[in-house]
Design a protein around this ligand. Structure first.
Ligand code: B12
Length: 211
């Protein structure tokens, strides 16, 4: 890994918000691809944070300040990941399911989809099934993206799919799911239209679902 990417990694791991912004900007100035900064510096740092949490070295406050540093770095990277294009392919409503506050992965998926000419309705976190339903009925979403990072909140993906069915909307909307504990098999089991393990494959999946 190049020196500056290592510094991006360390600054996130240590939760140094200002330094993360500085180092991401420096990496861009050095001509490093935004995708490499994201995947090799930033996403890897969050995986390490998760590992340290599992090992009992990090606690929630450390996770939180690392997440803040990650979000600040993402704000610098966003304009470079999202290239404005005015013909939306489809309207995507994206949210983290009810009970779940993790939004870094969901935000990344939104950014990448936006960069690939999808219109995004960001429903935020802790999104109840009826809010996803309302995004279809009131805002005309034709794709739904659900994210879950907790095994305890994954069942709310199934609950949302059931709410869409109950509202008679299931046939008119494509549903994609993702998040660290979610798998292809789980997506199939709950009757989602697709699963992707990361944001760039989420773009390919969305294209294939609406294409
Ligand atoms: C940062 C973090 C937090 C932050 C979140 C801040 C924020 N704004 O998001 C804070 C501190 C708030 C937090 C809180 C908690 N957390 Co937490 N957290 C994490 C951590 C370290 C990183 C998550 C992350 O951002 N990863 C980076 C992103 C880029 O990856 P991602 O989210 O997986 O997204 C990618 C893909 O999955 C995919 N994707 C994501 N969504 C979607 C959607 C679609 C449609 C598609 C196609 C693809 C897709 O694309 C993304 C980009 O490539 C993980 C560890 C880990 N390894 O995941 C734990 C982790 C998820 N947390 C965990 C826990 C236990 C908690 C708490 C319960 C802790 C507590 N005791 O309070 C609380 C729960 C709060 C709540 N109600 O949600 C556990 C979950 C265990 C489990 N199996 O359920 C983990 C795995 C840590 C661990 N190893 O134990 N957490």
């Amino acid at each position: 890994m190049s020196q500056v990417l290592e510094e991006v990694f360390d600054s996130i791991l240590n939760g140094q918000q200002k330094l993360t912004v500085e180092k991401v900007s420096q990496a861009l100035a050095e001509g490093i691809e935004p995708g490499a900064i994201l995947n090799e510096g930033m996403v890897k740092a969050m995986a390490k944070v998760g590992q340290l949490f599992e090992e009992g070295e990090y606690f929630v406050p450390e996770m939180l300040i690392a997440a803040r540093a990650m979000q600040s770095g993402l704000a610098v990277l966003k304009p470079r990941l999202v290239q404005a294009n005015y013909q939306p392919i489809a309207r995507v409503a994206a949210g983290t399911v009810k009970g779940d506050l993790h939004d870094i992965g969901k935000n990344l998926v939104c950014m990448m989809l936006e960069g690939a000419s999808f219109e995004i309705i960001d429903l935020g976190t802790d999104v109840a099934p009826d809010k996803f339903v309302a995004a279809v009925t009131e805002r005309g979403a034709n794709v739904i993206c659900m994210s879950a990072l907790l095994t305890t909140t994954m069942p709310n993906m199934r609950n949302t799919l059931e709410a869409l069915k109950a509202a008679g909307l299931r046939e008119q909307v494509k549903v994609m799911v993702g998040g660290a504990p979610v798998t292809e098999g789980y997506a199939r089991e709950i009757g989602a239209d697709g699963y992707a393990p990361d944001a760039s494959r989420a773009v390919a999946l969305a294209r294939s679902l609406v294409g």
